[in-house]
Design a protein around this ligand. Structure first.
Ligand code: ASC
Length: 128
């Protein structure tokens, strides 16, 4: 999939950036910082449904170097990293379902735990 390790690093950072952007738009609606728009929420969900699957394949061998904040624990505690990644994807799947359902209450309920799962992975596996 990646010709060089630095291509994988770029790819995973780009996919996390897109994921964070679209999750942030939903979080803003859930938190009342942006008006709720069911159609926009559903469109953001479509992006998240695809992009949330992408970065994980880009943590292969040799991708612990270069312009990355990835901690070594990603590779030395690979099982824990996978659990955290799986947890995030499971929580994001709930956000996707909630956003597609057209219910602001469902979105509000799903966004908090998903954000917490993002943060848990960052706290344990990302520098600063
Ligand atoms: C976001 C985003 C994250 C999470 C995290 C939640 O919107 O980009 O990484 O929420 O900040 O604490």
């Amino acid at each position: 999939q990646f010709a060089k390790p630095e291509d994988a690093v770029k790819y995973r950072k780009a996919s996390f950036t897109v994921l964070g952007s679209h999750f942030g738009r939903l979080a803003a609606m859930a938190n009342g910082r942006a008006p709720y728009d069911a159609k926009a929420a559903s469109e953001n969900a479509d992006v998240i449904a695809t992009v949330a699957k992408l970065p994980w394949a880009a943590f292969g061998e040799g991708t612990d170097k270069g312009e990355t904040r990835a901690k070594h624990e990603i590779w030395t505690e690979a099982g824990k990293f996978k659990d955290a990644a799986d947890k995030s994807q499971a929580e994001l799947a709930k956000v996707v379902a909630a956003a597609r359902s057209g219910s602001l209450d469902a979105l509000k309920a799903a966004v908090g735990p998903a954000g917490a799962s993002c943060k848990a992975c960052h706290d344990n596996f990302r520098k600063d």
